[in-house]
Design a binder for this molecule. Structure first.
Ligand code: BEZ
Length: 209
């Protein structure tokens, strides 16, 4: 069954390049990103895994633990890791789950048979500290993901989790944010003194970061 926003991210235990991993225990109280790759030793995936590894300081800054998944064995993953480091200059520094029997891929509905009957699509699940799914993305095999965008949405998710705000189109940290409509003007004035009213339903305030 499809996983929807607000659902508890299904827990699983599986082998990975970092040894056996149980998702919920591994994430602990951190944020998490589980993302799938169609197959080992494929070109787009190689660039993606290097790109995610290179962003480790950014994930750490946001308390995000990233977990990759590919429907091949741990032995294949370890062999492929050498290529990833060679090509991208960044060694794998997060667990890559082995899912040769597609148990996790099935649990997370990562195989879309009308796209490909055996390989996973490029799924992303952002998981909050409460283990609920906060954001999903689905890309086809031939389109590599933009991980800077993933950092941006994590920034938005964390901001909107901490404050009664939403983020507008193309928001990046430091830009003004939107006060959620459920807050009355009186409440808004208390929380965000000096906020601006563009329309009664569109009130902005400086980024509260
Ligand atoms: C890739 O990762 O390069 C890839 C995987 C499956 C289909 C097309 C591209």
């Amino acid at each position: 069954m499809a996983i929807r926003l607000g659902d508890i991210a299904p827990d699983f235990t599986a082998d990975s390049t970092a040894g056996p991993i149980s998702l919920h225990a591994h994430l602990g109280s951190s944020w998490g990103i589980l993302f799938s790759h169609p197959k080992d030793f494929t070109p787009v995936c190689t660039t993606e895994l290097g790109a995610v590894a290179a962003l480790k300081p950014e994930w750490d800054k946001r308390d995000v633990k990233v977990v990759g998944l590919s429907v091949d064995s741990v032995a294949d993953h370890h062999a492929w890791a050498g290529d990833i480091a060679d090509v991208t200059g960044s060694a794998l520094n997060f667990p890559l789950v082995a899912d040769p029997d597609r148990t996790v891929a099935t649990l997370y509905d990562m195989i879309h048979p009308n796209a490909d009957s055996t390989l996973t699509v490029r799924s992303v699940f952002v998981i909050g500290p409460d283990k609920k799914v906060k954001l999903t993305l689905t890309y086809p095999a031939a389109t590599g993901r933009n991980f800077d965008e993933l950092l941006r949405v994590v920034d938005s998710l964390q901001r909107t989790a901490q404050h009664k705000v939403a983020t507008p189109a193309n928001w990046t940290p430091g830009d003004a944010v939107i006060i959620v409509p459920s807050l009355s003007d009186t409440e808004a004035a208390e929380a965000f003194p000096g906020f601006e009213t563009l329309k009664p339903y569109l009130r902005t305030t400086p980024d509260p970061r």
